[in-house]
Unconditional design. Structure first.
Lengths: 105, 169
């Protein structure tokens, strides 16, 4: 068995971020887009925590504090974005981002 | 980290996290996608434990699995006909290219950089230190975060309030 180092966690975070970005850009459903954003938040949190664990630092737990704030903002963002999804559905009867195109040129 | 248990746990949790994240993109039914998303969050909570971040792992389970996943399920249930389809739009292949490109760039940077790592052991209980830091050094961001949450909650309620409620009052 080998050992698990910082690079393993960074690669995992990068792959998760790529999947989240793909979801955000490719999905037609607004709620699917939102799931991609949540996965990207989580990838960034994983990177913060792994740097906090492995990196040379005087106050290593500052990374954890930052993650607490990221999770707070993510929760606020999810609440408002899902409220917007419900509102758009009520007005337009769809949450398909390809068909919400009132601002299209 | 050398001990066999942690190494096995890392590989299992990494496979579970990545597999279910791909599942979110692959499954057609949006409810199943939320199930996959919950698996991703749970795998990440396990990974936080392997990084000896016990407080963040518990917060991850409470907020992501307990609150955000439930919120997403609520939103799916409240948007009935349109909410069941999880297919990709015309941006599918550009998105695949861009996501792969950014992931590859970050992996290259992670492997190429000589990180200043230290060999210290894992943390011994992080909750007390995080609590002290939040109310001492980070007190102002902490208060701003609470105002942000209050604004978000009030905003969400105002946005989805049924129309015509003003006249009833």
């Amino acid at each position: 068995m080998g050992s698990v180092d910082l690079e393993h966690y960074l690669i995992l975070g990068a792959l998760l971020f790529g999947i989240g970005l793909y979801l955000t850009l490719a999905k037609k459903n607004f709620i699917g887009v939102l799931m991609g954003i949540e996965i990207m938040f989580n990838a960034v949190n994983l990177t913060f925590i792994s740097f906090s664990r492995f990196a040379e630092s005087d106050s290593p737990l500052a990374g954890h504090v930052f993650v607490v704030f990221v999770i707070t903002v993510a929760a606020a963002e999810a609440a408002v974005a899902l409220a917007l999804a419900v509102l758009v559905y009520r007005v337009r009867d769809t949450v398909d981002v390809d068909r919400i195109d009132l601002l299209k040129w | 980290m050398e001990d066999t248990g942690t190494v096995i746990a890392f590989w299992l949790l990494a496979a579970m996290t990545l597999g279910s994240a791909i599942g979110v993109a692959a499954v057609r039914n949006l409810i199943h996608a939320v199930g996959m998303l919950i698996m991703t969050f749970a795998g990440l909570a396990g990974l936080y434990i392997t990084l000896s971040a016990d407080f963040i792992a518990v917060v991850q389970v409470l907020i992501y699995i307990g609150a955000i996943a439930i919120l997403i399920i609520f939103a799916i249930v409240l948007t009935p006909q349109a909410g069941r389809h999880n297919q990709e739009g015309f941006m599918r292949f550009p998105a695949l290219g861009l996501g792969g490109l950014i992931a590859a760039t970050m992996i290259y940077a992670a492997l190429d950089t000589d990180w200043a790592t230290s060999d210290r052991p894992g943390f011994e209980g992080t909750a007390t230190v995080i609590g002290d830091a939040l109310l001492d050094r980070y007190a102002l961001p902490f208060e701003i975060a609470s105002v942000l949450l209050l604004a978000a909650v009030i905003g969400a309620i105002v946005l989805v309030r049924p129309e015509g409620m003003e006249e009833d009052e």
